[in-house]
Design a binder for this molecule. Structure first.
Ligand code: PLP
Length: 383
């Protein structure tokens, strides 16, 4: 933004923001280096894509794409309500779960309020908080000697809540660390927050829950009935392989859903995404199969990376956070040259770390074969 250009007219809270940096797209690397056969392990997508039944449903729905979508997402809410065993009035559907994280900030925050998030939490949280003018309170993560290094310090997050705090954003499992909270500790956190700070909503982001379940991450939907200040967000972008369709949802007290419905753009979820999500929910067998395959691969990738003497954080997700002990920018650049895109984490305050998504076995093999050579080149004394 130039100092004299019209961008200077943006409100101060927005002028102070730095944009979110997504994973490098394959086409961009092709243009930059003129190479092909690139693999992207940078945005935690599901490399198997959606179920064949979802692809067929999207094909059929293309016929009606000239019509506006159902702004209320009626059929999808019915399907979700049945799947989750909740009332449809508790559900809000968004253009990805990112949309819901933003709508929550828009509806519950302003310059007089605070919102709490964790160090190494999802990078979007401070952005959506600060754009409302609210104060983002970052709570230091657990230390390297903790049982869950880099994970959320739930006790400290609770202590950070002030009378002005309207929202706490908390991902379980978390991105970019992959870490997760112990079920009993999380339940106690939700209970204490509900009892001691009833004017604060706890936004529990379960974007990776379908993977996390396989390593013991708690599904919190059952707690909603007892905790009116709990809001759970989920997505079809990861386990259901629909990142490009942009669809996610929140489950909350009906009052919160009603408030979100006021700030939601009338047609925030497109018709193809709605049809795709309904078909995806109906094919649980496919979702279980691809997430189980990814978690098997996660175990293999973790073991092979550890064998190289690289530290990795505990993960209950479809990615690993690897710390190299030296600035990781060079590892990132060298992997790019070999057509492997991963995610640098300097902007998240971890300049020695890379986040690596788990791909198909063949994609993972590309990464695992490239890494030793890259590390050897970096460790070799320069001529
Ligand atoms: C923790 C977490 N929450 C939310 C999202 C947003 O996902 P989407 O907007 O695709 O639903 C992501 C995406 O990477 C994520 O990692």
């Amino acid at each position: 933004m130039s100092a004299a250009g019209p961008g200077r007219l943006a409100v101060p809270a927005v002028r102070g923001l730095s944009p979110y940096i997504p994973g490098k797209p394959i086409a961009e690397l092709e243009r930059e280096l003129g190479i092909h056969d690139i693999i992207k392990l940078a945005s935690n997508e599901n490399p198997y894509g959606p179920s064949p039944k979802v692809r067929a449903a999207i094909q059929r729905a293309i016929e009606d794409v000239w019509l506006y979508p159902d702004g209320s997402c009626y059929e999808l809410k019915q399907a979700l309500a049945q799947h989750l065993n909740v009332d449809p009035v508790c559900i809000t559907v968004g253009n990805g779960s990112n949309d819901l994280l933003m709508l929550l900030a828009e509806a519950f925050l302003n310059a007089d309020t605070h919102a709490v998030h964790s160090q190494y939490g999802f990078a979007i949280y401070p952005l959506v908080i600060r754009e409302t003018g609210a104060r983002a309170i970052e709570v230091p993560a657990l230390g390297a000697d903790s049982a869950m290094p880099l994970g959320h310090d739930l006790d400290a997050m609770l202590t950070a809540i002030t009378p002005q705090t309207r929202l706490v954003y908390l991902a379980n499992p978390n991105n970019p660390t992959g870490t997760w909270a112990d079920s009993a500790a999380l339940q106690s956190f939700i209970e204490r927050a509900g009892a001691d700070t009833p004017d604060t909503l706890i936004v529990l982001d379960e974007a990776y829950l379908e993977y996390g379940r396989q390593r013991g991450t708690q599904d919190a939907i059952g707690w909603l009935a007892q905790h009116p200040n709990l809001v759970i967000t989920r997505t079809f972008s990861k386990a259901y392989g629909l990142a490009g369709a942009r669809i996610g949802y929140a489950v909350s007290h009906p009052d919160v859903a009603e408030v979100l419905n006021r700030v939601r753009p009338p047609f925030n979820v497109n018709s193809l995404a709605q049809v795709a999500a309904i078909a995806a929910l109906a094919d649980q067998a496919y979702m279980h199969q691809v997430t189980a395959e990814t978690m098997r691969e996660l175990t293999r990738v973790e073991a092979r990376i550890r064998q190289l003497g690289i530290w990795i954080a505990p993960s209950a997700t479809n990615f690993v956070l690897a710390r190299f002990g030296v600035p990781a920018a060079q590892v990132y650049q060298q992997l790019l040259r070999q057509g492997v895109i991963v995610r640098p984490l300097a902007a998240a305050g971890l300049p020695d770390a890379l986040r690596i998504s788990v791909g198909t076995p063949a994609q993972n093999e590309r990464l695992l074969e490239a890494l030793p050579g890259v590390l050897k080149a970096l460790r070799a004394p320069h001529a």
